[in-house]
Every structure is written in C-alpha cells, then in structure tokens.
Design a protein around this ligand. Structure first.
Ligand code: CA
Length: 647
C-alpha cells in the first residue's frame, strides 16, 4: 500500500470494525506465568526479546508471538518474569523493527527496553491507604517542574535529592538549612494551594538518563506514556525505582493536603520513530495529503487521536495513572489537537470510575497550527468549548491577555501595566467568560482556568519588567513592579473559575527575561528560594487571597448561572472599577462583596454604595479580613491597587 491508501485504510470504518480491540494490552506477570499482548494488525511476524538488564547485553531468549483475532499478538511464558526487560521485533510491510512495548508500565535506561513488572512490588509503605485530601472548596493550581522545585542549593534539600522525585517531599527543609524559613513542601503547605501540577513526569526523551544532572528540559517529548521519567529518580537503571519514588512523592503530597495533577502530552511524541510507529507504522499519526507527517503541534508528528485504537490508548493511559499512581487530575497539552469526543469520553470514564468531579481535567484549547485530522472530527479548541463537557476545563487566555497584555505582542500592556482598561472586559473576566460571546466563551466557570502565568512565555514578573522598567532589572524588586504584581493577583482573585499559577509567581519569579526556557539551564529555571524569602511579603499577599477566596461563594461558584452573582460593575472614575457581588449561600460572614480596582498610577477616592463595609484586603495586606476594619462612605485606592470590601 502507498501512504494514501494506508491513510484511507486506517481511517476507514472497515479497519476499525475488523481490528478494534477492547481488551488489555501490555505484559502481566503472576506467580505461575507471564502474558504478553501486543496490538499490531499490520505485522506479519512478532518476536519477543528478553534481557537481563535495561541497557546493554544481548537477548538471553527470543520467543515468537502468535497472531490472534483483531490484530492481537500474544504469548504466555510459564515463568514469572518480574524484573525482566524486553523488546519486540515487529515485521511489517517487509521491514523489521525492534521496539519497546507501547503499553510498557516500566522500562530500563532511557526507555529503550520495556520491563515486566509486578506493580505491587513498587508500592511504598501504606500505599493502599493513600487517599487524596477531600475536594477543596476552590481549586488553586500551582504548576511546577520537578527539577525546578528543589534544584537550588538554597532549598536546603539534600544534594542527592535535588531536582528529583524525592526532592518533591523532603520534610522540614529550610533556607540553607537555617531552621527558620521553610522551603519546598513546607513552604507549599503554608501557602495554601490545593493542587500541585507536575510538568511532564512520564518518560521523555530529551534528557539522557545516564548523563549529568545539569541537563534540563521541560519534557514535552514523550517516549513511554505509562512510565515515569528516569532522570527524576535516584536510579534510572532499575525500572522499579522511578515508579516507587513517584508514588512516594504523591503519597507525601496527599498527606500534606495537596492534590496532584499530571501534565500529559498525548498530541505528539518525542519523534516519529516511536514505539507506536515501530509497532503499527503510521496508524498513530496524522499525515498530510502528500504523506508527510501532520504538524499542528509544532513538533512534527501529530498523533491520530481520532482513530479508535489511538483514542483507546490515550484513555487507557489516563485511567492507568489515576488508578495506579492516585493522580488527581490531568492537564492536556495542546488539547486543541484532540477530539472533543475523546475529551468527553475521558471525563465520563473518570467520573464513572472515581466519582463525579473527583478528578480535575483541563487543557490548552488551542494548537500550534492546522492539523490533518480525519474530516468531520470536532477538535477540543476554543471554538468548541460549548461541545465539551463543562467538566473539561480550558486555559483562559482572554483573562491572561486582559490583565497583562497580549502575548502575541512583546510590548503589549493590560490592566495592571499601563494598558487600556475596559469595564466590560473586566466583567467578562469576573464571570470567567462564561456565556460571554467572543473567542473564549465558557459553558460555566467550572470550565475556566484563570491564569496570568504558566511555564510558557515570560513569567508574570518578567512580563511586568518588560513593560514597566526600561532598565530591565529582572532581579530587582521595585515597588512599582510589586504593585502591578499584587494588582494582577487581586484581579485573578476576583475572577470566577479555577485559579492557576506558575510556581514562584507569588514571589516574583524571574527567568531573566527569557521567554521560552524549555531547554535553558536549571539555574535559569529553578525556583530561587532566596528570592522566595526576599519577596516574602508578595507571597504573603497571595496566601491571604487564597485563604480569603475559599470563604467566598460569590467567587467559588462554578455553576452555569454563577454570573448572576455579579450585581453591578461600574467605572466610578476613569481607569477604576467597582464590582459588586452577591456572596450569599455559604457560611461566609459577608453577604455582599465589593471589589475595587485602580489601574491608574494616581491615588483615587471612590464613593461607596451605602452600607457598613468591612475591609477584607487592600494594596498591602490580604489579611485585613482577620480584623474588623470598617470603611464608610468612601475608599481611597492607592495607585495601581485593589481593595476588597465585604458587608
Ligand atoms: Ca527518559
């Protein structure tokens, strides 16, 4: 078959009817034997190669698999092969290729060989009793890269754990071990986030697991979708270690009241020469009419997630991480390359297995470029939010750009950094763009992931420096930038939806103005724990807003009609906004909220609606709500600042 025939064949209902397979795939060992199942309908021959180690050495045994129904190749050995490494040799279209198992759940160094694993042997102590903390009243999602979190020697983390899974949860770490200033996990516990989102922790290809620890990559280049990354483990040579160490980290985070979200990248693979393509050439990838691989991801190989076995592969993978690793949510990279039908199916399957809403699910509702998807497929992008379940969230670039300026223009400004201000746009931000006509129109705030920083693009701090400081002093802590940063946080605080932030946004994290640090050094990317304490007043401001928001039904509301809580939005003075919200229906002491924002560099005095208002937060403190500070008749807003009132 030429490529055009091949593509038509894989897309045809006949192919799906004949070869779609719903059973289990991969390798499974029991005391009395080990079974292997590989889906390879286009193969003429499949052999199993067994190895004593995860890298190096020859196969000690080679066995042939038998072809069964629906393109399944299988084999059963009489021995328990736990700990044995393996590859397949697949002959398809007369070409012989050696490959890892696409369904591998463990692997050797750099993911080249798969490993038979008895997963129970990887469970940390008391894993069976590991439970996520109960669902929080609000989602505060904190995005971090495993290496960034503990790379900095100032973190006080033991040198052998820095940048690795155990560095996520070492207890009692303090700044240079001073015993006074908590860092890493203890710092996070105090901050009050509810979800830690781990940037890719599946096995990726861009870092040599046998190489120096100073290598760095974000990891958006999957090799083994169902295995943790080896460079984050203390021993990448033995397949069970990375599994146990990731489980230990998750259990420790759960014990600290933090849920764990995994960043998943099913839209493309490290390269086209993947285990998927070596097993069933071209089935898992979209092709352009000329036969070249589709490139809607910018990475040169879009997966064909609309084809039933690719779709099953993704669903199986998500369920596996949720089940085996107790992962509490998933962030889908370039979700706009995946079908709406698949995302909704994942939502339903997670709800059915773990309980409605127990697992959070969201993604980037866009793609880098057009993709050669099977015609008729509806993709999970911004234009199709209404077709997605409202339990599938989407990053809200509309709020992001309104607050700090469009990312498409390096010098663009938003509300907090001297850009134009519009009450109408602010109102849309407040309602999480739910039901708002326009490019981003969510079904409900449940669907909206509000944010002003993520790993992509400049940190919030660097963006503010770029637009407010001609000297580009990224490492400084100027009062002007701090004011803009606090105002940005206060605007996000006031927006319905979930609240997402890049780790360190709350202490003015800088990457020295580097926009895309995916392959920059760990020194550029690492969380600077000295800076975290130098800017402690800023992180305290976030901490207070997080704690206050949990108490406010007006802002937490996720239902489709949450917008009716917005009683009025007006512009008392140019560049200022007042937003009144109905805060009833919870146990909050305040029935009405008044959010006041001043986007201008001058002080403003605003006449207040009648009533006895209490100050909950102002430009300096977000803990005013712990005291009783009355504000009557009028409020004076400092330049570039917010004030939150309640009554
Ligand atoms: Ca790897």
């Amino acid at each position: 078959m030429d490529y055009a025939e091949c593509k038509a064949y894989f897309d045809s209902p006949e192919f799906e009817e004949e070869y779609h397979y719903d059973g289990k795939l991969g390798s499974f060992c029991q005391p009395d034997g080990t079974q292997f199942f590989l889906w390879a309908p286009t193969a003429q021959r499949v052999q199993l190669n067994l190895f004593r180690s995860g890298d190096g050495g020859e196969a000690y045994e080679i066995l042939s698999l038998t072809r069964g129904e629906r393109g399944i190749w299988q084999l059963r050995t009489p021995e328990n092969l736990h700990g044995v490494y393996y590859t397949y040799t697949v002959t398809a279209d007369g070409i012989v290729r050696e490959t890892g198992d696409p369904y591998a759940r463990a692997c050797g160094l750099n993911g080249r060989r798969s490993m038979v694993i008895d997963l129970a042997a990887t469970d940390p102590e008391d894993w069976a009793n590991d439970r996520a903390p109960s669902l929080p009243p609000e989602n505060i999602i904190y995005e971090v890269h495993v290496k960034d979190f503990s790379w900095d020697p100032a973190s006080g983390v033991s040198p052998e754990y820095r940048g690795k899974f155990p560095g996520l949860h070492q207890a009692g770490t303090t700044l240079f071990g001073d015993g006074i200033h908590p860092t890493t996990l203890d710092y996070l516990k105090a901050l009050g986030i509810t979800h830690l989102e781990l940037m890719p922790v599946y096995d990726y290809g861009s870092v040599d697991e046998a190489g120096p620890d100073s290598q760095f990559n974000w990891g958006y280049d999957p090799v083994n979708y169902n295995v943790p990354e080896g460079s984050y483990s203390t021993d990448p040579f033995h397949g069970e270690v990375r599994i146990r160490e990731l489980k230990q980290a998750i259990a420790a985070l759960h014990k600290c009241g933090i849920r764990v979200i995994m960043d998943v990248v099913y839209n493309h693979t490290y390269h086209l020469d993947s285990c998927l393509n070596r097993t069933v050439p071209w089935y898992y990838y979209r092709q352009n009419p000329d036969g070249t691989p589709s490139n809607g991801s910018g990475c040169g190989n879009d997966t064909a997630s609309e084809r039933s076995m690719c779709s099953k592969y993704i669903l199986d993978s998500v369920l596996y991480w949720a089940e085996e690793y107790h992962i509490d949510g998933f962030r889908f990279d370039l979700m706009g390359l995946l079908p709406v039908a698949l995302m909704n199916r994942i939502r339903e399957a997670l709800d059915a297995r773990f309980g409605p809403g127990e697992k959070i699910l969201f993604g980037e509702p866009w793609r880098a470029a057009d993709t050669a998807v099977r015609p008729g497929t509806i993709l999970a992008d911004k234009a199709n939010l209404s077709a997605l379940s409202d339990g599938v969230g989407a990053f809200c670039d509309a709020t992001r750009d309104a607050v700090k300026g469009s990312l498409l223009h390096p010098g663009a400004r938003g509300f907090v950094n001297g850009g134009s201000f519009s009450c109408l746009t602010l109102e849309s931000c407040i309602r999480g763009w739910s039901g708002t006509p326009g490019e981003f129109s969510a079904r409900s705030p449940r669907q909206t992931i509000g944010y002003v920083s993520s790993h992509d693009d400049w940190t919030l701090w660097d963006r503010l420096v770029n637009t407010l400081d001609d000297t580009r002093d990224y490492t400084g802590c100027s009062p002007e930038i701090l004011r803009a940063n606090r105002l940005a946080a206060a605007v996000l605080f006031g927006c319905q939806g979930s609240w997402f932030l890049l780790a360190g946004e709350e202490f003015g994290r800088t990457k020295g103005g580097i926009k895309n640090s995916y392959t920059s050094s760990p020194e550029i990317n690492r969380l600077d724990w000295q800076r975290a304490w130098r800017n402690h007043s800023l992180s305290e401001y976030y901490r207070g807003l997080f704690a206050l928001r949990r108490q406010l039904p007006a802002l937490r509301a996720k239902c489709a009609d949450a917008g009716v809580r917005i009683l009025s939005v007006f512009e008392p003075q140019p560049g200022c906004a007042a937003v009144m919200l109905d805060n009833t229906g919870g146990e909050s002491p305040w029935r009405t909220l008044l959010l006041l924002y001043n986007t201008r560099p001058e002080q403003r005095t605003i006449m207040l609606p009648s009533g006895s208002w209490q100050k909950l937060a102002d430009d300096e403190s977000s803990f005013c709500w712990q005291e009783s500070i009355p504000v009557v008749h009028q409020a004076t807003l400092m330049p570039i600042s917010a004030m939150i009132l309640g009554k």
